[in-house]
Design a protein around this ligand. Structure first.
Ligand SMILES: [Zn+2]
Ligand SMILES: [Zn+2]
Length: 242
């Protein structure tokens, strides 16, 4: 069985309580249509409760990062992960398994990441969160897995994860630095991984600095409403198939 995303238990508990409350208050019981309405509303409420602390606190946290106060990075990542319903397991860099700076379990919506002491570590952590948003590797073209030292890499997933890191997580003032760091990391894949034509196309488009124009447009368009609508739809699907 697929492990439940962290929010599901909370949504289920609140939906059950609300259905019980409505059922007791009405003479005709709770119809399927009402259950559906309740689920949508509860999901939106839970989501909003996850997103609001980030929107409130991120400007001050990002100003601290600009001053080089890296303690703010951990707080920012915790709030971002909460908003996207991702579980973060923090570890000392020395406690990471050999050969891995960080890793993600997209199917469980969790990441294992090092404590942050600089912009490259912040980018690494955001890259792992990006793997969760990109979803599990489908292992069919354009994906292609390369297993190396007990870890698998997929050049296509790597590019997708960086794209999400830039679009969904990178603080605005660090966007250009992130892109340069990501492009360097991805160019290693070109030499190291066997890549499908589509994966190469995605990589070529990403490493071109012109991608930053698209990234900025996506960020500007991804306001609260679009985010809520997309996430509520996704959560409802996940809950139906849970
Ligand atoms: Zn993949
Ligand atoms: Zn990766």
């Amino acid at each position: 069985m697929k492990p439940a995303a962290p929010h599901q238990a909370e949504v289920e508990k609140r939906v059950a309580a609300e259905i019980q409350r409505v059922d007791q208050a009405s003479q005709h019981g709770v119809s399927d249509w009402m259950r559906d309405r309740i689920r949508t509303r509860v999901t939106e409420d839970v989501l909003r409760s996850y997103a609001e602390p980030l929107e409130r606190e991120s400007p001050a946290l990002i100003r601290r990062l600009e001053r080089g106060d890296w303690a703010a990075a951990t707080a920012l990542v915790d709030l971002q992960a909460r908003r996207h319903d991702i579980k973060v397991i923090w570890r000392a860099p020395s406690a990471m398994p050999k050969g891995a700076a960080a890793y993600a379990h997209p199917e469980e919506r969790s990441v294992h990441v090092p404590l942050i002491a600089g912009v490259e570590q912040l980018a690494t952590v955001h890259h792992e969160l990006g793997h969760v948003l990109a979803g599990p590797c489908t292992r069919t073209a354009p994906h292609h897995q390369l297993v190396e030292g007990g870890f698998s890499h997929c050049a296509f997933c790597e590019t997708l994860a960086w794209r999400h890191a830039l679009e969904d997580f990178a603080p605005e003032p660090f966007l250009t630095a992130y892109h340069a760091h990501a492009a360097r990391a991805l160019e290693l894949n070109r030499k190291r991984c066997r890549m499908t034509t589509d994966a190469l196309g995605l990589l070529d488009a990403f490493v071109d600095p012109k991608i930053l124009t698209t990234v900025r447009a996506v960020r500007a368009a991804g306001g609260r409403r679009a985010y809520f609508a997309a996430k509520v739809e996704q959560w409802r699907k996940e809950l139906k198939h849970a």
